[in-house]
Design a protein. Structure first.
Length: 736
């Protein structure tokens, strides 16, 4: 099994088909008379069609050998029996088995040609009116239009699923649009790598200096650098990078860039001492965020005078504690200002401060909404505040527009949140576009409290929002720096702050909640990690494996998450008789596996235990596979209190999560963390990664590996510069 193969035959039966994305399970009758099961993206297929499928043989635990399709070439049914089967399948609206039989009886092997080119002849058949004949022809032409787009995809080894997306956007014009400008598939919504489309376009006789090519290269450079956190690129760097990418002189790129600027596809503005070039959406987002924060900041809040001090004194008395001066300042500013930024590391009292602010707002009769960027962070915020908290995405009603390839929000300026105040935790994870969406849904005068740790890693998405707000000086800020006495008893917290100051964490053997195990060879390191999770921590520390999270700075190599997940899965959830499993690429998913969603999916339906239903599973959500049906095509996954059903094609959006990268762990907290200490790429061997990893552990942290690595990471405070104009915009607006 796992061998490459090509099989040819006629579609005999459709077992399963997802109309939204084209994922299909079918049986193919080969020319040798064998029945072969084929799984993959084959949209709008019907019995009677001829297929040539190139793919890989896999052995399904229940259904045996089947071919996972990678490339599918299709041919229309040719013989009368094939045409009857095809039309009788219901593939064309308005044509059922009886009508199919009458059509083929009248027109024979020319039936499909008549439907497409001479539909008026259909009305000569009893029961088909002239109007119905035109409707049948229109439905058939739509199918053939999609087929031709699919043939284009197959010809160039592109994912067939793209045909569905393209056709949803452009309809019958899809193929002509594609031939006119194949580079449109390199746009963000389709996600084909620019180099792939460039090779295809050049093979279609597009010239090297074609305007479409240069413009696509410019947009690609701007889009690609969003993944590096850059909101814009300086014009000089953008032109140079694009010219190098497509091997043209800078003058040609300058001309194409000016054309994109003229059409508004790219926006340019002199800011932060450079000519900054933005994709339009990011320019508009940055301007909107700066303007809305400034507007919220300038709303005059009613003076409360001594009533604030009295409220603070009452809260202290009721809670039996005394707030530190910085905490008192945070509460006071929250009463007086429209926007407040509260920062601090572990053990500095952020949680106590947030509870105090929430208590004050309750006393003021304000309706307060608690938000966080991830489900885990929202759950933790809700627990510490004894109040419901939501993710920003769900609160705003995020959804995906298939036609535009864009995220949309139900809550916005036209339908704002019904809230007098909003408190957002883990703001370091909030990127520019999400901040724009949140601010756009706040009513004028709504108070906003932003809480975060400035020393954690920045957001995965473009922007450096928390850092920009802090450095702008435009937002009233309280920085909590004092580590409280109770927190100082935790070696996790002490070591986190030591790392933050550039010092190596203490690796002494007995620190209560922080341990180091020296393992200098990768195989011993992996073996020890598996032992810790499977037996040592559950038996000696009474922490079940499901509450232990393994973290590594990297996915790659022997000590990366990919290899660790294979080892941990083999130890914690081995195959056994009756346990469902599904092979997907080089990963085996089993019932009981811990998995993580790796991209936002706005269409997955979920149901809570209380019967509440909703849609959307987001990047970083972690769940457990509860069931894999015998066919392997439906997978039930529980994400905390929500259950949803995945079709097998969605497994490309999942990865095993016994071990995850530090970046993926942002916003989450675990009872115990086992942290891998081993060399990785230089960009990952930095202080921010180590600090973020340590601060994910609540009760216990075990560092396993090389004793030199933590010190080197703590010393390295190199932070990648992110091109962003938000700090300057806020500063300029504040000075007006």
């Amino acid at each position: 099994m796992g061998e490459r193969c090509t099989v040819e035959g006629t579609v005999e039966h459709l077992v399963f088909q997802n109309e939204e994305n084209g994922y299909t399970v079918l049986t193919l009758l080969t020319d040798q008379g064998e029945l072969v099961t084929v799984v993959g993206c084959v949209p709008c297929v019907a019995p009677g069609e001829g297929l040539t499928v190139t793919g890989t043989w896999v052995n399904h635990p229940t259904y045996g050998p089947q071919v996972t399709a990678e490339l599918v070439e299709r041919r229309m049914p040719e013989g009368e029996d094939e045409i009857v089967s095809y039309l009788a399948s219901g593939i064309i609206k308005g044509v059922g088995p009886a009508t199919a039989a009458r059509l083929v009886e009248r027109f024979g092997v020319d039936t499909l040609a008549v439907i497409e080119s001479e539909p008026e002849r259909l009305s000569t058949i009893k029961g088909i009116t002239a109007k119905k004949a035109m409707e049948i022809a229109a439905a058939f032409r739509e199918l053939t239009g999609l087929r031709r787009v699919m043939e284009f995809m197959a010809r160039y080894d592109l994912p067939v699923a793209l045909a569905m997306q393209l056709y949803r956007t452009y309809g019958g014009e899809a193929l002509s649009r594609l031939k006119e400008n194949p580079y449109l598939l390199a746009a963000g919504r389709y996600g084909v790598d620019f180099s792939t489309m460039d090779e295809i376009a050049l093979s279609m006789d597009f010239s090297a200096d074609d305007g479409c090519r240069i413009e696509a290269a410019i947009e690609y450079e701007l889009s690609y650098n969003l993944n590096n956190g850059h909101v814009f690129l300086p014009r000089e760097k953008l032109v140079a990078a694009t010219a190098q990418l497509i091997d043209l002189d800078a003058d040609a790129v300058e001309i194409a860039l000016d054309e994109l600027l003229r059409r508004g596809v790219v926006r340019q503005e002199h800011i932060a001492n450079v000519d900054a070039c933005y994709l339009r959406a990011y320019y508009e987002a940055e301007v909107a965020v700066a303007q809305k924060l400034t507007a919220l900041r300038r709303v005059e809040q009613p003076p409360l005078g001594r009533s604030v001090e009295k409220a603070i004194a009452d809260m202290e008395k009721r809670q039996g504690l005394a707030y530190a001066p910085a905490q008192r300042e945070a509460v006071r500013l929250s009463a007086e200002e429209g926007v407040v930024l509260l920062t601090g590391g572990p053990g500095t009292g952020k949680t106590t401060s947030v509870r105090a602010i929430l208590d004050l707002y309750d006393k003021m009769g304000m309706d307060t909404v608690l938000l966080a960027p991830t489900g885990r962070a929202a759950q933790r915020l809700g627990e510490v505040c004894s109040r419901e908290a939501q993710t920003i995405h769900r609160c705003l009603g995020m959804s995906w527009n298939e036609l535009t390839g864009e995220v949309t929000f139900r809550k916005n300026a036209a339908d704002p949140l019904e809230a007098d105040a909003v408190i957002v935790d883990e703001v370091s994870m909030v990127d520019l576009l999400l901040m724009q969406a949140l601010l756009g849904a706040l009513r004028p005068g709504c108070r906003l409290i932003l809480v975060g740790d400035a020393d954690q890693l920045p957001s995965v998405g473009a922007g450096n929002v928390l850092s920009d707000l802090l450095r702008s000086g435009a937002i009233p800020t309280v920085a909590l720096r004092e580590i409280f006495r109770q927190a100082r008893q935790s070696a996790i917290i002490r070591n986190a702050h030591a790392v933050n100051l550039g010092m190596a964490p203490s690796l002494e053997s007995n620190q209560g909640d922080f341990f180091f195990l020296c393992r200098r060879t990768p195989d011993r390191l992996v073996q020890t990690v598996v032992e810790l999770v499977k037996t040592r921590l559950p038996e000696n520390m009474d922490i079940p494996s499901r509450y232990i999270q393994v973290l590594s700075p990297t996915r790659k190599g022997e000590t990366g998450t990919a290899n660790l997940n294979r080892a941990l899965q083999a130890a914690l959830n081995p195959p056994q008789r009756g346990k469902g499993q599904k092979v997907w690429g080089d990963v085996v998913f089993r019932t009981g596996d811990r998995v993580m969603q790796t991209r936002n999916n706005y269409d997955i339906l979920w149901e809570k235990d209380d019967g509440t239903v909703g849609i959307g599973i987001f990047n970083g959500d972690v769940g457990v596979i509860e069931e894999i049906d015998p066919s392997g095509e439906l997978i039930v996954i529980r994400f905390d209190d929500r259950t949803c059903t995945y079709t097998a094609d969605l497994l490309s959006q999942l990865e095993l999560a016994y071990a995850i990268t530090v970046h993926k762990a942002q916003g989450s907290e675990y009872r115990a963390v086992v942290l891998v200490s081993a060399p990785a790429a230089p960009s990952l061997m930095v202080r921010g990664v180590l600090y973020t990893a340590i601060t994910r552990a609540r009760e216990l942290l075990v560092l396993v590996g090389d004793d030199v690595v933590p010190g080197k990471m703590a010393e390295n405070d190199r932070r990648q510069r992110r091109y962003s104009g938000l700090r300057r915009r806020l500063k300029d607006l504040n000075e007006e």
